[in-house]
Structure formats: structure tokens, C-alpha cells
Design a binder for this molecule. Structure first.
Ligand SMILES: C[S@@+](CC[C@H](N)C(=O)[O-])C[C@H]1O[C@@H](n2cnc3c(N)ncnc32)[C@H](O)[C@@H]1O
Length: 425
């Protein structure tokens, strides 16, 4: 245990403190706060480490940003997934903005005024509660259902969960006693109010699953070593964005905040500004969220190709977009697919890309900046890799025409950003 005073935010939701000259990244603290913290490294083993990590266990002098946690079970030794629940919501956004601006500055992004990058709340978000539509419960060796601790394999008990949508909390999954062999329980609460439960365990027998009454009409599947087995329903969930329904695998990717799909779809459509006849690439396209509005705007003379690595998601994208003549779904690794298309002489007018946290990477950015005619819209859930990739685009002669960031993960340090790139000249 050491006493630390934290200062500016670091990436990953921690705050920077110093102990005898060494940087310590403190979790569970807030800017300007003095805490007693438990070191996560043994100081004898980590004597030569450049930095240490610690978790606050007692507040000695509270930051003005500290409030009673919206989810006390996510505090010290608690569940992960709500690492800023003890910080006032406006302060969370101010701190996330500081992190974003710092990352852009450190990446030497030059074509966009860094101070204009500001984290905005999601629409209708109030106190930032009841937003999460995808939750993974863990199961310990005694069969108790809980959630994993922060950077931990331990399963911690969970009672009230203020961040999940009511369709999830209504199922009361933590009071269920799962069958032996259950490793996790994935729960989805959809935009249509329906719920789905996937019971995960390599050796589970779908035929022997007894669905508890508390799960109401939720669709239920078992995922074991041979794949996903629907027990009730068809293994899919239906998500609605404006007048369009998207079918998504119960275990597949869909934006997590209940407002995210609609918000991002609107922002991307506005930023792309697709014209009739345009040729558009939707990279890391999932089940076709961004391709749908692009294909509608491109019309019959246009072409929108959505590229996705996951076979099931790509097949569902093809089905979700089947009524749109301009749309086509392809399965493949985005970098390999783009290289092949560029070698074949194809040049898109517009590109939207939405990679996982690792970002697009320098190679893909180089290919896209060389091939794209008008605009690239980059949707990112990890600002550090976004900043890195934006700087690469600038070095290849493109400029950042706009950058917006959204608090789509309230009470956590995560943010979603959308950057618009155009040729600099
Ligand atoms: C953040 S999600 C975005 C999905 C979609 N744009 C949406 O908003 O619903 C990233 C997607 O990229 C896919 N993916 C990850 N790496 C990939 C790669 N190298 N090539 C193609 N797709 C990939 C994942 O399967 C996932 O569906």
C-alpha cells in the first residue's frame, strides 16, 4: 500500500501519479485526488520497471470530480466495465476529451485543431444509465454467476447493474443456477426490447438446458465446442435502425449503446454524403449497418461493397442488404481485399471503415489514401489507434476535415470517434 496523488488521466482509464520519481498508473482514482493504493506489481520484482500500476482502496482527499458511485459493485475489488462510475458524468466527458486531445497531439496530428475534438453525450442519455445492450456474465467453479473483476479472472458477485438495458436486467441472470460446465452467459437486450441469452460451455448439451421462468420469452441458445445451438428461437436477434431491420447473430457484433447504431448510422451517412452512382467501400462492415444507408443513396447506378471477416456476419450482411440493388457483401480480411481491389484497378469514391480496437494500421491507410477519390470516414472505438492512423493519412497527403467523439460507453473511459478525411489538395 502506498499513498498517491493522481494528476492527469492516462489511457486505459487510469490516472498518473508519482511515487519516489516513478510513474504509477492508478485505477479507481480521479484527477487531483490523494488515495491509499494497492500496488498491482510486487515492488521487489518490479524494481526496474519504468512504471507501476495500482488500484485505489481508500480516498484520503477527494477530487471535486468524485461522486457516490452509480455502481458501487464496480469499485475496488469489484466488477470491471464501469471504471469511471465514481466520477461525475460531465467530468468523465471532460477527462475523456483531455485524453483524446492528448493522443492527437502526441500523434502529431496537424490538420485539425486538437482543441475542437470534444466528447459529446449520446442523445437521450440522461445520467448515462441503462445503455448497455450486450453483457457477459461469468461463472465461477462453484456455479455462482457474476462478472469478472477488472483485469482479473476472479468472478465477482453482481446485484443491481445500472448500466444494462432493462431487457437484460429483467432476466435476473445472476440469480440463476446454471448447469455444470457453464463457463459464461452472454445476454443481449435489443433495440426492439427483446432479449437473448447464450449459455456458453464447451461440453454443454443443448437438449438438457432448462430455461428458467424469469427469462420470459427471451430467445435462448447454447454455445458449445461444436457451435451455436438455438434452444428457443433461431439464434439471431433483430435490431432496428430507422425503418430497417438488421439480423445479427446472438454472439455477433452490434454497437453496444442502445443509441449507438442509430447515432453512428446518421453521422456516417451525413459525413459520407453519398451521391447517386457513387462507388463506396464499407470496411469492417459487420452485418451491413453503414452500407444500408450508403446503398440507398447510391441508387441502382451505384455500388456499395461491405467487407467483413466473420463468415456469419458477412452472410447476414448479404441478407440484410438483399433489397438494395447497389449493395454487395464480401467476406475477407480488409487489407487483403483492398489490396486485391486496388491491383484490379478499382478506385472507390468514398470509404467508411470501422475497425476493432487495433485500428486499421498504416498499410491499409496507405492503400486507402492512394485509392479513394473523395472522402474517408473512420469510425473508431479506440482513440489511440485512431490518432496513430490519422497521422499516417496526413503523411500521405490527406487532411482531417472533421472529428467528433461520443460518450457511447458512459461510466467507462471508452469513447467512440468519427473522423472525416479528405485529400489535402
Ligand atoms: C467495430 S465492428 C464494426 C461493425 C459494423 N461496422 C457495425 O457498426 O456494426 C468491427 C468488425 O470488423 C470485423 N473485423 C475485424 N478484423 C477484421 C479484418 N481484418 N478484416 C475484416 N473484418 C474484420 C469484426 O468481425 C467486426 O464485425
Amino acid at each position: 500500500m502506498i499513498t498517491l496523488t493522481s494528476s492527469n488521466p492516462a489511457t486505459g482509464g487510469t490516472f498518473v501519479a508519482r511515487h519516489e520519481g516513478r510513474v504509477v498508473f492508478v485505477r479507481g482514482s480521479a484527477p487531483g485526488e490523494t488515495v491509499v493504493a494497492r500496488l498491482l506489481e510486487d515492488p521487489d520484482d518490479a524494481a526496474d520497471a519504468r512504471f507501476w500500476r495500482a488500484e485505489a482502496v481508500e480516498v484520503l482527499e477527494a477530487s471535486p470530480d468524485r461522486v457516490p458511485s452509480v455502481w458501487p459493485e464496480a469499485g475496488t475489488d469489484g466488477v470491471g466495465g464501469a471504471d469511471w462510475a465514481h466520477i461525475a458524468l460531465p467530468a468523465q466527458r471532460r477527462i475523456a476529451t483531455e485524453v483524446l486531445q492528448d493522443l492527437l497531439s502526441r500523434a502529431h496530428v496537424e490538420s485539425f485543431p486538437v482543441e475542437d475534438a470534444q466528447v459529446e453525450p449520446a442523445p437521450h442519455d440522461g445520467e448515462g444509465l441503462a445503455w448497455r445492450t450486450r453483457v457477459r456474465f461469468a461463472v465461477d467453479e462453484q456455479g455462482h454467476v457474476g462478472m469478472r473483476g477488472w483485469r482479473s479472472h476472479d468472478v465477482r458477485p453482481v446485484g443491481e447493474d445500472p448500466l444494462s438495458v432493462p431487457a437484460i436486467t429483467a432476466l435476473d441472470v445472476p440469480s440463476w443456477t446454471p448447469p455444470a460446465g457453464t463457463e459464461a452467459i452472454d445476454v443481449v437486450g435489443t433495440s426492439t426490447g427483446a432479449a437473448a441469452v447464450v449459455v456458453v460451455g464447451r461440453t454443454l448439451d443443448p437438449a438438457s438446458l432448462v430455461i428458467p421462468d424469469s427469462w420470459g420469452q427471451a430467445s435462448v441458445s447454447v454455445q458449445n465446442s461444436s457451435g451455436l445451438h438455438p434452444v428457443r428461437g433461431d439464434g439471431l436477434v433483430r435490431e432496428r435502425v430507422a425503418d430497417r431491420e438488421f439480423r445479427v447473430s446472438q454472439t455477433g457484433f452490434w454497437q453496444s449503446h442502445r443509441e449507438a447504431a442509430t447515432l453512428l448510422s446518421d453521422v456516417v451517412a451525413g459525413d459520407l454524403d453519398v451521391r447517386p452512382g457513387d462507388h463506396v467501400w464499407d470496411l469492417y462492415g459487420g452485418v451491413g449497418l453503414f452500407a444500408a444507408s450508403a446503398a440507398r443513396a447510391a441508387g441502382e447506378g451505384g455500388e456499395v461493397v461491405t467487407v467483413e471477416g466473420n463468415a456469419r456476419a458477412s452472410a447476414l450482411a448479404a441478407e440484410n442488404l438483399a433489397d438494395l440493388p447497389a449493395a454487395r457483401a464480401e467476406r475477407g480480411d480488409c487489407l487483403a481485399w483492398v489490396r486485391t481491389a486496388v491491383r484490379a484497378g478499382t478506385r472507390p469514391d468514398l470509404v467508411v471503415l470501422d475497425p476493432p480496437r487495433a485500428g486499421a494500421g498504416a498499410e491499409l491507410i496507405r492503400e486507402l489514401t492512394a485509392a479513394t477519390r473523395r472522402r474517408i470516414v473512420y469510425v473508431s472505438c479506440e482513440p489511440s489507434t485512431l490518432a496513430r492512423d490519422l497521422a499516417v493519412a496526413e503523411r500521405h497527403g490527406w487532411r482531417i476535415a472533421d472529428l467528433r467523439a461520443f460518450d457511447l460507453f458512459p461510466h467507462t473511459h471508452h469513447i467512440e470517434s468519427v473522423a472525416v478525411l479528405e485529400p489535402a489538395s
